[in-house]
Design a protein around this ligand. Structure first.
Ligand code: ATP
Ligand code: MG
Length: 342
């Protein structure tokens, strides 16, 4: 791996899925690699956001990154809209990607729902902007949750087509192997790459789910966490003793998976301990484990949010460092495509 890029949308409260599937891995990677972590505010506005709430969310996601252990001096941490190269490169990619490719994207279908005609053009073109986010830095590895795998595949297709379409210009620029953009690889690791909704074990936990009870937010206090876990949907059977007992029981599998990921145990070990017991007992233990991790992060987020100017300074500093990487790459893109620049 030589350069890591990833982002999170400021679309609302960060939840356990974002933490276990993404942020926790971001933090681990920063010790060994050059990492660029972004608050992708341009992605957020693909669905309506109240402007004041958006500003707060941008700061809150930044605070959550830091509270979870991200070091803004070591890694680059900034919000997307402060680096115009993201939007610039996204336009070029709008002209590289094919309609047929975007038509296959399941996230658009899920988010647009039945009223597709009424979805924004931005929501449809979202994966092109995501490809630009990554490739504006020629990033090679992208830590994400399972749900982003398809978008990463599209980013690879875009990188490849750009390299093919402009092969002579890329070679003339001195890229002897003809590779201007690398093929970014998804890094989907850890024990919880897809945390499911607490209300429906077949749907992923999401910031944009209208039901607050569907997710555990990083800033929920102990009482709220306990209440949400207690109300989490389950079936009437006791906890299974082996993982094959999860068949047809997605809610049981999800809760045990969350417990395992938070406590650093395997699902087998958790089942060894709680197999045969009722959910009511297990849920109490889960609430305790969850509060232990979240209490600390939530407290730090709240403290950081007391000083918005400090957060804005971190974002501005990160944006400056990000731009220093993205501008020369975008300049080369313009040369390759045939655009005149100063
Ligand atoms: P939205 O509903 O607005 O799309 P989201 O909860 O899906 O919000 P994103 O900002 O889209 O969050 O995603 C940020 C990161 O968190 C991505 O890497 C994504 O793959 C990961 N992620 C999101 N939801 C989950 C989940 N339920 N389990 C594991 N990882 C997740
Ligand atoms: Mg999402």
């Amino acid at each position: 791996m030589n350069r890591i890029f990833s982002g999170i949308q400021p679309t609302g409260n960060l939840h356990l899925g974002n933490y276990l599937g993404a942020i926790r891995n971001f933090v681990r990677l920063q010790d060994d690699y050059d990492c660029i972590y972004c608050v992708v505010d341009l992605h957020a506005i693909t669905v309506w956001q109240d402007p004041d709430e958006l500003r707060t969310s941008i700061r809150q996601v930044t605070a959550a990154y830091i509270a979870a252990g991200l070091n803004p001096k070591k890694s680059i941490l900034f919000n997307q809209s402060q680096v115009p190269e993201h939007a610039e490169l996204a336009w070029v990619f709008n002209c590289v990607a094919r309609l047929g490719w975007l038509n296959r994207m399941t996230q658009f279908k899920e988010k647009a729902g039945k009223d597709r005609e009424n979805a924004s053009v931005g929501l449809y073109a979202y994966p092109n902007l995501m490809a630009a986010d990554i490739l504006a830095y020629r990033a090679t590895h992208v830590p994400v949750g399972e749900d982003q795998k398809q978008h990463l595949e599209l980013s690879r297709d875009i990188a490849q087509k750009f390299n093919n379409d402009f092969a002579p210009q890329i070679t003339a620029k001195g890229y002897a192997d003809g590779i201007f953009f690398p093929q970014p690889e998804p890094v989907i690791t850890g024990p919880a790459t897809r945390v499911m909704s607490l209300r429906d074990g077949t749907k992923k936990m999401s910031k944009s789910d209208p039901s607050e009870l569907s997710r555990i937010n990083l800033t929920d206090d102990a009482d709220v966490v306990a209440k949400k876990i207690q109300k989490a949907r389950t079936d009437p059977e006791p906890i299974p003793s082996e993982t094959k007992g999860f068949e047809g029981r997605p809610e049981a599998e999800n809760l045990v998976g969350i417990f395992a990921a938070l406590s650093g145990k395997s699902a087998e070990d958790v089942l060894g301990e709680y197999g045969g017991q009722q959910f009511s007992t297990f849920k109490k233990a889960l609430a305790e484990v969850a509060t232990e991790t979240l209490g600390r992060i939530g407290g730090d987020v709240k403290r950081l949010m007391d000083d918005p100017e400090h957060i804005d300074k971190i974002l501005a500093d990160g944006a400056g460092r990000a731009r220093a990487i993205a501008t020369p790459i975008m300049d080369e893109v313009k040369d390759i495509v045939g655009l005149i620049r100063r």
